[in-house]
Design a protein around this ligand. Structure first.
Ligand SMILES: [Mg+2]
Length: 262
């Protein structure tokens, strides 16, 4: 008996594919809530705020509370506001990250006179934005990234992830960012601390080995890999010991059944 009381769910490829819920996801969430399990949504996505993530989930038929959402935009804003108060930030991102920064009272600037460069997914990424961030980092700005994801699943396929933009930044500056999203255990520790919850009772669920499963390893919590997103069954054979999830499910729909057996 493991006794899981807390489940950390990834969004893209686990509960959602683009704007559409994965089949059985709504029922799985309801069942787990019915078991009295605490649910959190831990996502590397940076284009939404906590508030707009709740709306996005609701539009797909999935219920969430704002306090349950830990998106990388929120984590970056919380990190900067706590650790670097009063510093100016230049963002390569969409509205989500900027709104979370402004909500925490962080000053967002549009030129290279920034103390911190924060990078996430930006579907309007340009050479001009790259050049501004490059100049800021050459002036000594701190480089923070939401995640280094290669790609993310959408309806009918995949799109390039924030990692492609972070790679461009790394190449021209020669610097490595502080990556706050998964596989960093930062988000897990933040949410467990804020909610006074225990690692031993927590399970992380996601579709990517390099982020979701490794977050479990890095944070010392158990992990479930679902096969509805990036990772495929064939990938499982190639895994090294430290990349192996504790459990593999075809989809999140099987999660309540797994939890009832643990
Ligand atoms: Mg995912």
């Amino acid at each position: 008996m493991i006794g899981i009381k807390v489940v950390l769910l990834d969004l893209d490829g686990t509960l959602l594919r683009g704007r559409t819920a994965i089949s059985g996801a709504a029922r799985a969430l309801e069942q787990m809530r019915g078991f009295g399990i605490k649910i959190f949504f831990l996502t590397n996505a940076s284009t939404h705020t906590r508030k707009s993530t709740v709306k996005k989930l609701k539009a797909a038929g999935l219920f969430a509370r704002e306090s349950e959402v830990f998106c990388s935009s929120y984590m970056i804003a919380d990190y900067i506001a706590t650790k670097y108060p009063g510093r100016k930030v230049f963002c390569i991102s969409e509205a989500g990250m900027q709104d979370e920064l402004l909500d925490k009272g962080v000053q967002v600037v549009r030129d290279e006179h920034a103390d911190i460069v924060a990078v996430g997914l930006d579907r309007k990424f340009t050479y001009e934005k790259l050049a501004t961030a490059f100049k800021a980092i050459r002036r000594g700005a701190l480089f923070i990234a939401s995640n280094e994801d290669m790609m993310f699943p959408v309806e009918g396929g995949f799109l390039p992830g924030a990692g492609a933009i972070v790679a461009a930044m790394k190449k021209c500056t020669g610097k490595k960012p502080i990556v706050l999203g998964k596989p960093n255990r930062y988000g897990v520790e933040l949410l467990l601390r804020e909610n006074k919850l225990k690692k031993e009772e927590t399970l992380i669920v996601g579709d990517v080995i390099e982020t979701d499963v490794l977050t479990g390893k890095n944070a010392g919590i158990r992990s479930v890999l679902v096969l509805t997103g990036v990772a495929k069954k064939e990938d499982l054979k190639k895994l090294k010991m430290r990349e192996r999830p504790d459990f593999v499910l075809e989809s999140v729909a099987g999660l309540p059944g797994l939890l009832s057996k643990l």
